[in-house]
Write a protein that binds this ligand. Structure first.
Ligand SMILES: Nc1ncnc2c1ncn2[C@@H]1O[C@H](COP(=O)(O)OP(=O)(O)OP(=O)(O)O)[C@@H](O)[C@H]1O
Ligand SMILES: [Mg+2]
Length: 362
């Protein structure tokens, strides 16, 4: 198992006019489970195909450990790749499909049998081993494709491109945890592409967030939730995403309209900023009195496990997540507190907002 290193790797499909992948340098550490998360068109598949060798990058070099593989074709890279839709031999049995990558590499017969049965058991395919693959429904065919990607022990990495798209939602949960279990057992480097934050957060050791062909942040799921470095991460991760409130800073004092909400930690030039605060960190005390930021309640959505309180601060909408024991009447004026808030300028985090008399988040 080796680290995969991208050195200034970027890709343009139109001769350099636009970059589907901005040139980037980063290392994918051996045996780690990564989720590559981002919206449609941000370059996830492009990046994955460059790592597997299906696509030659316009610029940059790729290393598997000490070995440069930039011009090495896929077959010689020792990569297992699983795509969005089933790729298998429909005329073959499930068993033969799973055994195929191993027979191809001349694994001993006994080991093939043992590996095929182990993967089949983990993915719930035991009862289907001797069926023809074309007789399975598309969801199960995809699980066989997944199995083909996971059956080998000797791969440099397993790359999965939205592998659960055609799988039934209820089964997705099970498969994700199985995938995690298989990963723990094999120690493969996994890169799992998804545009679904839940999938990314439940599965990965590290989530890499991609936007417009560039990595805006990568880190553990809790880090992205608690400490977003870019507005996009605040908004894309979380449900609902981070509130962004226009404000300005003068001499370190942060104001929303006429209200001073606190001071900025960080050496910040005067000017416009946006306050980013997750709905989970907006606190509404029971008593509607200062201190706090005056907010008009516009509505409350009952979500079952919690309430979402919608409000307006100086004409800007804001959402707070509160427990079901509290209730706020639409139209009433409340005083909001931000327990964990950051400042953003040009979409990038530039500081921390600290309420008067309080210490800010790390
Ligand atoms: N073969 C191609 N020729 C030209 N442009 C392409 C090609 N493949 C992708 N692109 C463009 O490159 C950009 C990145 O595409 P890519 O498929 O990598 O995104 P993605 O993040 O995988 O999206 P999705 O979530 O929809 O699969 C997009 O603007 C896309 O239109
Ligand atoms: Mg894609």
């Amino acid at each position: 198992m080796v680290d995969i290193h991208l050195d200034g790797v970027g890709h343009s499909y139109d001769g350099g006019r636009t970059w589907a992948l901005q040139p980037m340098t980063r290392t994918w550490t051996s045996a780690r489970a990564y989720a590559l998360l981002g919206p449609s068109g941000c370059g996830k598949t492009t990046l994955l195909n460059i790592m597997s060798g299906l696509l030659r990058p316009t610029v940059g070099r790729i290393w598997f450990g000490e070995r440069e593989v930039t011009t090495v074709p896929t077959a010689a890279r020792n990569i297992a790749q699983v795509f969005q839709f089933p790729v298998l031999y429909e005329g073959m049995s499930v068993y033969d499909n799973l055994a195929f990558p191993l027979r191809n590499r001349r694994y001993p017969k006994a080991e093939i049998d043992q590996r095929v049965r182990t993967v089949a058991r983990l993915l719930g395919l035991d009862d289907h081993l001797h069926r023809r693959s074309r007789r399975l429904d598309p969801g199960r065919q995809q699980i066989v494709s997944l199995g083909r990607g996971l059956v080998r022990s000797d791969v440099a990495a397993v790359l999965l491109d939205e592998p659960l798209t055609v799988v039934d939602p209820a089964l997705k949960w099970t498969l994700r945890s199985k995938l995690k279990e298989i990963h723990r057992g094999t120690g493969h480097t996994l890169v799992y592409v998804t545009h679904d934050q839940t999938e990314a957060l439940t599965f990965a050791d590290e989530v890499v967030v991609l936007k417009d062909g560039a990595i805006v942040q990568s880190g553990e799921p809790t880090e992205l939730f608690l400490s977003p470095e870019h507005e996009f991460v605040g908004h894309f991760i979380g449900s609902p995403g981070m509130n962004m409130i226009p404000a300005d800073v003068v001499d370190g004092v942060v104001r929303v309209g006429d209200n001073a909400v606190g001071h900025a930690v960080g050496d910040l030039a005067a000017g416009d900023v946006r306050i980013g605060v997750r709905p989970e960190f907006v606190r509404i005390p029971a008593a509607p009195t200062p201190p706090g930021l005056p907010a008009r309640i516009t509505g409350v959505d009952r979500m079952g496990a919690y309430h979402l309180v919608r409000a307006e601060i100086d004409g800007h909408p804001l959402v707070a997540k509160v427990d079901t024991g509290s209730w706020f009447a639409p139209g009433s004026l409340e005083y909001f507190h931000f327990d964990r808030a950051f400042l953003f300028r040009d979409s990038v985090r530039c500081g921390v907002l600290v309420a008067p008399g309080e210490v800010g988040p790390a």
